[in-house]
Design a protein around this ligand. Structure first.
Ligand code: SAH
Ligand code: DHB
Ligand code: MG
Length: 221
């Protein structure tokens, strides 16, 4: 499902608000051989402004791909800020590291290779400072477990953003056997049952077709 005008609106606003950016254009060229599923420019800018709004110093990303969203968020970090991005595919991670270096962010952005569940357990064991912002954008079926780990490593005031929760409306397919649909339905149920959170879903249209983000602000522990 899509409408030509969704793309046209993204093209119109992006031309004015996310104008020529040689680094990100090179990243997009470099990522051409990877799945074309990175966030849009408008969405990347949105992640950047969320990070700035909450003055994020520590950011966690689950699902790096070629580093496009990581660069948008990494650009919002202060001098002593850090972003850790988790990626299963070593080739994606290699492309991402090259792109992150091209963006001049190699001292702030670290890509860790491995299954995100394992990397999240390691991060928890390391006992570092909690994350201010978490962006979850990996395999959809395991999203509830990534979300639980994110809440575990958060503090009151942390913001957790989840991509691709609506998936062209498949979110409401209650009888679906699709593990990704089931994963996103479990996520929303989990968010609704967790009294520590203020959470919502905002649907989106545009170059990513019909989809949506879930947002959860940690308000208690
Ligand atoms: N956030 C990126 C897009 C991520 S696409 C951007 O907007 O630029 C999803 C990524 O999650 C892919 O690179 C895929 O390899 C990765 N992924 C899939 N399963 C994973 C897992 N179990 N652990 C970590 N990463 C995983
Ligand atoms: C897919 C994954 C994504 O993270 C996304 O933003 C869009 C599509 C996919 O796996 O199809
Ligand atoms: Mg996504």
């Amino acid at each position: 499902m899509s409408d030509d005008r969704w793309n046209a609106v993204d093209a119109y606003t992006t031309a004015l608000l996310q104008p020529a950016d040689p680094v990100l254009e090179a990243v997009i060229r470099d990522n051409a051989a990877l799945p074309t599923i990175a966030v849009s420019a408008a969405q990347g800018q949105f992640l950047n402004l969320l990070a700035l709004a909450i003055k994020a110093r520590r950011i966690l990303e689950v699902g790096t791909l070629g580093g496009y969203s990581a660069i948008w968020m990494g650009r919002a970090l202060p001098e002593d800020g850090r972003l850790i991005s988790l990626e299963l595919d070593p080739h994606h991670a290699e492309v991402a590291r090259r792109n992150i270096a091209r963006a001049g962010l190699e001292s702030k952005v670290e890509v860790r290779v491995g299954a995100a569940l394992d990397s999240l357990a390691t991060l928890k064991d390391e006992g570092g400072e909690p994350f201010d912002l978490v962006f979850i954008d990996a395999d959809k079926r395991t999203t509830p477990e990534y979300f639980s780990a994110a809440v575990d490593m958060s503090h009151p005031g942390s913001l957790i953003v989840v991509d691709n929760v609506v998936r062209e409306g498949r979110l409401i397919d209650a009888d679906s056997d699709d593990p990704d649909t089931k994963g996103m339905r479990r996520l929303i149920e989990q968010m609704g049952a967790d009294r520590r959170l203020s959470a919502t879903v905002i649907q989106t249209v545009g170059v990513k077709d019909w989809d949506g983000f879930a947002f959860a602000l940690v308000i208690g522990t």
